[in-house]
Design a binder for this molecule. Structure first.
Ligand code: ADE
Length: 239
């Protein structure tokens, strides 16, 4: 997977991504990260990249040409036109299935905006996907780009030590994951649920599935309608 991030703050991307699991994935060359400084493509002698909005209003708008220059620098490094994700609160809300789909790509370009946005004309020219990470407004697209890259990276084979089991992860089949326990057996007077100590795999599986269902019902009732439950399980939650 090759990530290209078009940004005014390449250092923020590099420092964030070169840490922890994504950092190790970069070292192992399972993912490649190129942060491209949009300012390097300014055509202005003062390296300016923004200007006042036509029609008036607060704030500044990122100009089209430096963004386009940064994008063209990416095109020189790839064989076919890559998907270009613009991080914006006006995009479709990011979710696990979207991450799974993006993880299939060979190259992904993330375009990070700042100020009051980017000149619409360059967005029309290069952006293939408008994505938001939730209904709140951040100061720029860098953190959202890192949220997406983190989520996508852990789906790439070899990035996690124990390859994730798609079966048990949160959001698989629209259910949240069951609770986990580790040693000691008693902590702060609280005992690990008996069934987990039993070694009885079938019972453990049943208990975990029920926990997933109850937890989803309590914390994310909006998801449970989309989960495929057996008729026995449906009865269980009706009681
Ligand atoms: N830029 C600012 N806020 C954002 C959000 N919620 N998602 C994606 N990009 C953003």
């Amino acid at each position: 997977m090759n990530y290209y991030v078009l940004t005014l703050f390449p250092q923020m991307i590099e420092e964030g991504m070169n840490t922890s699991i994504t950092g190790r994935a970069i070292e192992k060359e399972l993912i490649h990260l190129t942060a491209i400084d949009i300012r390097d493509y300014s055509t202005n002698k003062h390296k300016k990249v923004d200007d006042y909005p036509y029609g008036g209003g607060a704030g500044m708008v990122m100009q089209a040409e430096p963004v386009y220059g940064a994008y063209k620098a990416v095109l020189e490094q790839v064989k076919k036109k890559p998907r270009v994700i613009y991080l914006t609160p006006q995009g479709a809300t990011f979710h696990q299935t979207m991450a799974e789909e993006f993880a299939q790509e060979e190259n992904l370009v993330f375009l990070c905006g700042h100020y009051e946005g980017i000149d619409e004309r360059v967005l029309e020219e290069i952006v293939t996907d408008h994505v938001s990470i939730g209904d709140y407004v951040l100061t720029g697209g860098e953190l959202p780009a890192m949220v997406m890259m983190d989520t996508i990276s852990r789906l790439i084979p070899g990035v996690l030590n124990n390859d994730i089991s798609a079966e048990t992860e949160s959001f698989h089949d629209n259910l949240l994951e069951y609770p986990q326990y580790s040693r000691p057996e008693i902590w702060n007077g609280k005992k690990v649920p008996e069934v987990l100590m039993s070694g009885h795999h079938k019972n453990i599986e049943t208990w975990r599935r029920e926990q997933s269902i109850f937890r989803t019902l309590e914390r994310r009732p909006d998801l449970i309608e989309k989960a495929s439950l057996t008729s026995k399980e449906k009865k269980l939650i009706q009681t």
